[in-house]
Design a protein around this ligand. Structure first.
Ligand code: ADP
Ligand code: MG
Length: 230
């Protein structure tokens, strides 16, 4: 079958996910029996205090960190059964990730950050170049598209990181504290962009944040406390 079925089958599904970090006396239960299913086109916000496991949830959901227990299905494949290189390939193909600290390449301009992502995926063409420019405009970075990260502010780097995660219109989008370095007006623009892209491309989006002013953009708001999701 070549066409995706018109269903609301979750494209991201965490089942019974527990994550222990550290060892022995210092061991922390970052995630405790977490179940989460996100369908295409759904925008889920996860809130919770600092240290409640928000970044851990995304790291496990994005296959950057293996859970101690449980399964993580992305686009029908359980990441926990894959080898490292298979997991990396699957992640590149299906997941867009926005890190809390933008994690940009120091030697590349803002625009090149987006183009490299497309190039690595073998998808750099005229359409993607246009989309990259549209996204840079949507995050207000057109005038600075030729700047390297050391010539950008924290908020500008964060906005480039968001545009980069969106450039391939991934099926699953995981976003860590996207507005932490932004002023109110810019935060609103960014979260509206995430909501709009989620709907337009039927992305399954999970945004973790402790910014309560942007939660209204989400379809569903969940809370993490001591690694437990409710
Ligand atoms: P949040 O993003 O909500 O602030 P995190 O997911 O970063 O929370 O962290 C969850 C818990 O795991 C916290 O108690 C944190 O101190 C702990 N933690 C995070 N990373 C590590 C690590 N590498 N080793 C040990 N504990 C960690
Ligand atoms: Mg965090």
């Amino acid at each position: 079958m070549n066409h995706p079925a018109p269903t609301r089958t979750p494209v991201l599904r965490l089942t019974g996910v527990t994550l222990h970090l550290g060892r022995d006396q210092q061991q922390v239960t970052a995630l405790d029996e977490v179940d989460l299913a996100v369908a295409p086109g759904e925008f889920v916000a996860v809130t919770g205090p600092s240290g409640s496991g928000k970044s851990s949830l995304l790291a496990v959901g994005g296959g950057l960190q293996s859970p101690t227990a449980g399964t993580v299905h992305v686009a029908g494949v359980d990441l926990t059964t894959l080898r490292e290189h298979q997991r990396t390939a699957h992640r590149r193909r299906h997941i867009g990730y926005v890190f809390q600290q933008a994690n940009l390449f120091t030697s590349l301009t803002a625009r090149e950050q987006l183009l490299l992502t497309a190039h690595v995926a073998g998808r750099l063409d005229a359409t993607i170049r246009r989309r990259a420019d549209d996204l840079l405009e949507a995050v207000g970075m057109t005038a600075r598209a030729g700047h390297r990260p050391d010539r950008l502010s924290g908020g500008e780097r964060q906005r480039v990181g968001i545009a980069r995660a969106l450039v391939l219109a991934p099926e699953v989008l995981l976003v860590d504290e996207p507005t932490s370095a932004l002023d109110r007006a810019r935060a609103r623009d960014i979260v509206d962009l995430l909501a709009e892209q989620t709907r337009r491309h039927r992305t399954a989006t999970v945004m973790v944040t402790h910014d309560h002013e942007i939660l209204d953009a989400a379809d569903r708001v969940l809370t993490l406390r001591d690694g437990r999701l409710s």
